[in-house]
Design a protein around this ligand. Sequence first.
Ligand code: ADP
Ligand code: MG
Length: 519
Amino acid sequence: MSSPQNYGVWKPIAENIEFNALESNSNAVMAVADTVRTTLGPKGLDKLLIDQAMNRHVSNDGVTILLSLRAIHPVARMIVEIAERQEQKVGDGTTTAVILAAEMIKEGKRLIRELAVHPTKVVEGIESGVKYSCDLLKKSAKKISLDDAELDQIVKTSLSSKLDGNVLHKIVVSALRTAGKDAIYGDTYDFDKSIKVIRRTDMDDKIVNGVILERRRLDPELPMQVNNAKILILKLDLKPVKESWIKDNNKYQDILKMENDRLVKSKRIVDAILETGANTLFIASPEVDQVIEDLFVSKGIFAVHISTEEIEYLSRYTGAKPVRNLDDLKNKDILGTSEKIYEDEDIGIVYLEKGLGKKIITILISGSTKEISLERWRSTIDGINAAEAALNYGIVAGGGAAELHIIEKIKQLKLKGLEQVGLEVVTSALESIMRQILTNAGFNGLEKVMTAKASPDGYGVDIDSGDIVDMVAKGVLDPVLVKTMALQASGEMAKSVLRIDKNLAADDLNPQAVADSRR
Ligand code: ADP
Ligand code: MG
C-alpha cells in the first residue's frame, strides 16, 4: 500500500505499464481518503496543514485538506475533484462524498479480485444502486420552510464539527431569517445573492442588515457620511485624456492644448454627473483623473471605487442602473438610493444601509489570526449552503441514519445475475457514513451500525451516549441534496476507477488532438 505520507505518488512499474492498475489505483484512493476520513462528523478531528514555507493552518474541511495535498497519484486526484464538485454544487458534504467513493472502490475491488465478478457487472450494479438510493432518499425527504425549527437544526448539524460551530450557528440562522423571502429568486432560495460573508481579523463577528464595502472613499477630503444617498454606479471612463499622450508630446503648444482639453472634458463629465442629482458615486472605472477627483472634492460628493463584481449586487441593493457612457446619464431611473452611507475610517469599511432594492445581509466573520477567520468564514458559508439546500430540496435524518435505513429496500431491488452483486458496492458505501462518524467518536463503528440497522427508520446512534435514538427528534438533520449529490459523484468516480485495468504512461496526453486527427 502507498504510504500515507506521499498520498500515493504514482510510480509506474515495468517501464511504462502498470499491470496491477486496480490494486494500485484503489490503494492510492484509500491513501487520499484516509487523510480526511477522521474529520467526519461532530467528533471528527482536525488536520494540521504545513506548507513549504512552514506556514501552519488547522482545518476540518474536506476540500481544504484535499486541495492542499501536494504530490498526488493521478487517479487519487479524482477524489479531490469529487470533493471540489460537491463543494461547488452543494457547498457541504465533501468528506461524505470522499468516504462514499473510497468505500465503493474498496468493495468494488473486492468483488472483482476475490469473487471474479466482471467489472462491467459491478459498474451496472453501482449505476442502479445509486439511482435507486437517490430516489428513495428524495422520497423520504421532508420539505421545510424558513420559520421551522428544522432550519436551526440543519445549520447546527452542518456546523457541529466546526471550530466555534455553536457561535456561527446563531449568526447564520439569524442572517437567513433576516434575508427571508428576499432571497427567493424564481422559486428557489439563492442566499449567494442576499448574504455576503466577509472575513476580518480586526473586529468582532457582526451581522449587518446592509452592504459592506471593504474600501475607503476616493479621497480623504470627501464627506465621510451621506444621508439619503442618491447613488450612481459609474462604469464610464473617468480619464478623458491620457497622461502618456501629454508626455509623448513635446511641443509646448500641443501640451497646453491637451491640458486645456482635459479640463474642459473633465468639467463636462462632472457637470453631467451632477445634473442627475446624484450625491454618491460608486466608480467601477479603474482610474479617475485628478482633475475629476478634485471637482468631486469641491462639490462635496461621496465617491468610492468598486470592483466589477460589486456592481451587480450594489445595483441590486440600491436600485441604481450602471452607467456606461455620458448619454446614459440622461436616462431616467438610473439613480439608486440608500438611507445612510458612511465610512468607518479606522478599519476602512464603507457601510450602506436601507437600500431601495432587494435586501442584502452582510456577515462579518472575525478571527484572531487570518487562518482562523478563514476557517470560520468557510464554515459559515457551509452552514448557509446547507440551509439553502434544505429549503430547496428537503431534509432527511442525519448521522448516516437516512443512508442506513434504505439499505434493506435496495437489497430488494431484484437485478439480473451478477449485477445484483454490484449493488453491494452501494449498500456498503451507504453503511460507511454512520460507521465512520461513530468510529471517529470512539465507538466500535461496525458493531453500533449493526444495532442501528435493526432500529426503525430515522433512528441512529447518539454520538455521546452510544444509545439508539430517533435522529429526527434529536434534531440531527441533513439536507437530502447533500446526500444525493455525494452519492452520484462518488458513484461516477467508482465506476471509472473500477473500469481501468491498466495504467499506461502516455507520452503527450492530448485527447482532443487524437479526436481531431480522426475527423
Ligand atoms: P462533510 O464534509 O461531509 O459535511 P462533516 O464533518 O460536516 O462532513 O460531517 C457531516 C456528517 O456528520 C453528516 O452525516 C451529519 O449528519 C453528521 N452529524 C452531525 N452532527 C451529528 C450528531 N450530533 N450526531 C451524529 N451525526 C452527526
Ligand atoms: Mg459538513
